[in-house]
Design a protein around this ligand. Structure first.
Ligand SMILES: [Mg+2]
Length: 439
C-alpha cells in the first residue's frame, strides 16, 4: 500500500472521504466514510448493491466493492474536510469488467503494450440555470451572439472564479474561462494529461461545478441540448498519443500534413471508420441527438457536427486539426460518461493505428453550408446516427468494440441503454397530440 489514507487524513485534516465510482450512465455513486474507518475501507473497499445503479446486475448479485485509487485523491475545494477518491469496482475478488473506470484502464493497458500513451484534454461546456432548471439564470444574458460576452461573464464572476480557484488549488493548471456560444453557457479549460487522469478530473469537474453552482443558488447543467434554439453543450476532446515515457508526442511531425504524423492520421482513421458505433458513448442520451442533428441556432451555428468528416483548423467538421501534433474530436457532448468517452476514443484510435486506417482526404469547406442529402452523397461523407436507437444498433454490430471490451460488456451497455430508449418511447408527447389528434 503506497499511500496510507488514514495517515493522509491526519496530515490534511480530512474528516471524511467520498469513495466514488461511476456507473455505465456516468452517474457518480459514493459512500461518505469517516476518516476513522478509512484504513479498513482502503483494504476491503466500500460495499454497494450493483442492481441499485446503472450496471447490468440483478438484485440477487453479490455485493460489489469500490476500491479507492489513492492517486485520485482530491480534496474538495469547497469543503476541505472531505477527500474524494475515484474507485474501481470489484466483485467476487475480481475487477468488474462492465464498469467504466475498469473499461478505460483496460484500454490504457492495451495501448501501453504497444508503447502508446493517450493524453487528452476535455472542454466541458455547461449552462447556469435557475434552480428549477426551466430557464437560464441570467435574465440579462440575451445577446444574439453571446460568445465571449465580457459583461455576462463578469456577472458570474463569483461562481466562475470559485470553480477556477478550486482547479488552481488542485494543480490542474486551468488557463482560461469564458462565456460560450449560448446564452447562459460557460466553458473552463485546464491542462491536458493522461487519459485516466483527465477522466477522473472530468468526473470531478462536473461534481465541482454543480456543487459550487448550488452554493450560489444556481443550477449547472451539462445536458447536451437543454434549449431548442440555443447551442448545446459539447464536450470536445483534444487528443495526442505519446511514447510510453510520456515525453514524446508521437502525433507531432513537422513534415506531416498540418504538423500531424502518420500515426495521428491512422488514429483519426480509426475514429472516423468506427464513428457511428462510438456515438452511443459520445452521445449517450435521447437528448444528445437533438444537439448533433440540430437546426441552426440563435447564434447562427450549432457548433456540432452531423457528418463524419474532418478538416484543418475548421470547426464545422467532426474532427478539427487545430494545431500540429493534436486532434480535436468535436462529437462528444456533456452527457458523455467521462471514462467511457476516453475508453472508446482510445479503442477506436488503437484500431486505426494497428490497422493503419486511412482517414481519407481533409475537407477544407464550411460543412454547415453542405447540410443536405445531395451534398453528403456528392462529398461522400456519412451522416451520424439520427437517434440513440440507431446509434445503439451500430454499437451492437461493432466488431472493434466487441474485441476491445468483450461481448458481455458491450451487451450489458446496450441492454441498459435500449431499456432507456423503450422507456422514452412509452411517453406520449405534446407534439404527438398536436400532430395526430385529428388524424
Ligand atoms: Mg466550446
Amino acid at each position: 500500500m503506497a499511500v496510507d489514507l488514514a495517515k493522509v487524513a491526519k496530515q490534511k485534516n480530512l474528516r471524511y472521504f467520498l469513495i466514488s465510482y461511476t456507473d455505465l450512465f456516468g452517474v457518480a455513486r459514493s459512500k461518505l466514510v469517516p476518516a476513522a474507518a478509512i484504513g479498513q475501507m482502503q483494504k476491503d473497499g466500500a460495499g454497494f448493491a450493483g442492481f441499485s445503479t446503472y450496471l447490468d446486475m440483478t438484485p440477487a448479485d453479490a455485493d460489489m466493492f469500490a476500491m479507492p485509487d489513492t492517486d485520485s485523491l482530491t480534496v474538495l475545494p469547497w469543503n476541505r474536510e472531505v477527500g474524494w477518491l475515484a474507485a474501481d469496482l470489484h466483485m467476487s475478488g475480481r475487477a468488474l469488467e462492465a464498469s467504466p473506470r475498469v473499461m478505460l484502464k483496460r484500454q490504457v493497458e492495451r495501448a501501453a503494450k504497444k508503447g502508446y500513451r493517450l493524453k487528452t484534454g476535455v472542454e466541458c461546456e455547461y449552462f447556469l440555470l435557475q434552480p428549477d432548471g426551466s430557464a437560464i439564470a441570467d435574465e440579462r444574458d440575451v445577446h444574439d451572439k453571446p460568445c465571449y460576452d465580457q459583461q455576462a461573464l463578469m456577472r458570474r464572476y463569483a461562481v466562475i472564479t470559485e470553480i477556477c480557484d478550486g482547479m488552481l488549488e488542485l494543480g490542474w493548471g486551468p488557463y482560461q474561462n469564458d462565456h460560450e456560444d449560448a446564452n447562459g453557457q460557460f466553458e473552463m479549460n485546464w491542462n491536458y494529461d493522461d487519459a485516466l487522469v483527465t477522466a477522473d478530473r472530468h468526473q470531478f469537474f462536473k461534481f465541482m461545478v454543480r456543487s459550487i453552482a448550488e452554493k450560489h443558488g444556481l443550477r449547472a447543467t451539462f445536458m447536451p441540448k437543454p434549449f431548442r434554439n440555443l447551442t448545446g453543450n459539447g464536450c470536445h476532446a483534444h487528443a495526442s498519443v505519446w511514447d510510453k515515457t510520456g515525453t514524446k508526442n508521437l502525433f507531432h511531425d513537422p513534415k506531416g500534413e498540418l504538423g500531424v504524423a502518420k500515426l495521428g492520421y491512422q488514429f483519426l482513421g480509426g475514429v472516423l471508420h468506427n464513428a457511428e458505433a462510438l456515438c452511443s458513448f459520445f452521445n449517450p442520451t435521447i437528448n444528445s441527438y437533438k444537439r448533433i442533428n440540430a437546426p441552426v441556432t440563435a447564434s447562427g451555428a450549432t457548433w456540432s457536427p452531423n457528418t463524419i468528416s474532418y478538416g484543418g483548423n475548421n470547426r464545422t467538421h467532426m474532427v478539427r486539426i487545430p494545431d500540429a501534433g493534436r486532434l480535436e474530436f468535436r462529437l462528444m457532448d456533456g452527457a458523455a460518461n467521462p471514462y467511457l468517452l476516453q475508453a472508446v476514443l482510445l479503442a477506436a484510435g488503437l484500431d486505426g493505428m494497428v490497422a493503419g486506417r486511412d482517414p481519407g482526404k481533409r475537407l477544407d469547406i464550411n460543412m454547415y453550408e453542405h447540410r443536405r442529402e445531395s451534398e453528403y452523397k456528392r462529398l461522400k461523407v456519412r451522416r451520424l446516427p439520427l437517434n440513440l436507437l440507431d446509434a445503439l444498433r451500430f454499437t451492437d454490430k461493432s466488431k472493434m468494440l466487441r474485441e476491445a471490451f468483450g461481448d458481455a460488456v458491450i451487451e450489458s451497455y446496450i441492454k441498459l441503454k435500449a431499456r432507456e430508449w423503450n422507456d422514452f418511447c412509452g411517453h406520449l408527447t405534446e407534439w404527438e397530440r398536436n400532430h395526430t389528434l385529428d388524424c
